[in-house]
Design a protein around this ligand. Structure first.
Ligand code: ZN
Ligand code: ZN
Length: 302
């Protein structure tokens, strides 16, 4: 699992800071999460192949999370894209994008599929044989969802020497990987544990931006591998959290601790601050394993 931060700041884009957008590589997917202004440029800077993006997840309709979308949708067309593009976003986004395209006389040659979200409870919005994606309802000034990306349980690993020794026919390898006992060529039942090893633990990524401190998300993100939680403010500006419905670094760390996640990544920093070290040190008073997101930074979780 690999996460590339294209932008991790709140509010307006500047020379040194981009609004929210991330690429999550999980199994064979390349998911784009949020699409703030400038995302296309950052995709190019980070050498992301546009054609590999098939699914885009938009948390909410504040501009710093989707103002780059109509441009990207148009660029896909100019690049003669043919593959379907699926966009998961709050209800209303389809109207916005289609109106922008209509008034500019634009269209797409590829199927553009909107999945509009309006539920206030967590729901499964994407699934295939390797991955599932759930919404994480957040509390913000407008309707907002985070997203939980989960690898499905991995297959058991064959020990090829033991399998050969046990005289098991290749035709049964698939069943072994799925955890079944199988008969060998001599008709003897071979127990699965004798010839396979435990699978790699499956990984998960929870994206939570933007939100006020909200313990209701804890059961949804419990024990996840990596949590990205917004930390717009430092402690000294905590009084701004309630009116703006954002969080501090320490509040993000409290959620990480209570949800027993492995790693916390902070981001969505207010541009009022000069550096980010204080976000980390304040969070680490509550939770140890804290990473700072930074535009153009890639995190590998193997
Ligand atoms: Zn924001
Ligand atoms: Zn917002």
């Amino acid at each position: 699992m690999k996460l590339t931060i294209l932008g991790c700041h709140s509010a307006t884009p500047s020379i040194h800071s981009n609004p929210t957008a991330q690429i999550l590589e999980i199994k064979n997917h390349m998911f784009l999460i949020d699409c703030g202004e400038g995302t296309q440029v950052e995709l190019r800077r980070n050498k992301v192949k546009f054609s590999r993006i098939r699914h885009i997840f938009i948390s909410h309709l504040h501009g710093d999370h989707y103002f780059g979308l109509v441009g990207l949708v148009n660029t896909f067309n100019l690049l003669t894209r043919e593959a379907e593009l699926h966009i998961y976003a709050p209800k209303g986004l389809k109207e916005v994008i289609l109106l922008q395209m209509k008034l500019s006389g634009s269209w797409t040659n590829y199927p553009l599929v909107f999945h509009e979200l309006s539920s206030n409870t967590s729901e499964l919005i994407y699934e295939d044989d390797k991955v599932e994606v759930f919404t994480i309802p957040l509390k913000h000034r407008v309707y907002t969802n985070g997203f939980l990306f989960k690898e499905k349980e991995n297959e058991r690993k064959l020990d090829i020497n033991l399998v050969t020794e046990a005289n098991i026919n290749k035709a049964y390898f698939r069943k072994l990987k799925q955890g079944f006992d199988v008969e060998n060529d001599d008709g003897v039942l071979i127990s699965n544990e004798k010839v396979t090893k435990d699978p790699l633990p499956s990984k998960s990524y929870a994206f939570c931006s933007d939100t006020v401190y909200n313990e209701a998300i804890i059961p949804i993100i419990k024990n996840c591998t990596v949590l990205y939680h917004e930390s717009t403010f430092l402690d000294k500006n905590e009084s701004l959290c309630i009116p703006t419905k954002h969080s501090t670094a320490k509040q993000a760390a409290t959620i990480a601790k209570k949800a027993n996640v492995n790693t916390l990544i902070l981001g969505h920093y207010s541009t009022r601050y000069n550096g980010y070290d204080e976000f980390k040190s304040e969070a680490q008073t509550v939770f140890d394993n804290v990473l700072l997101s930074q535009d153009g930074k890639t995190f590998n979780f193997e």
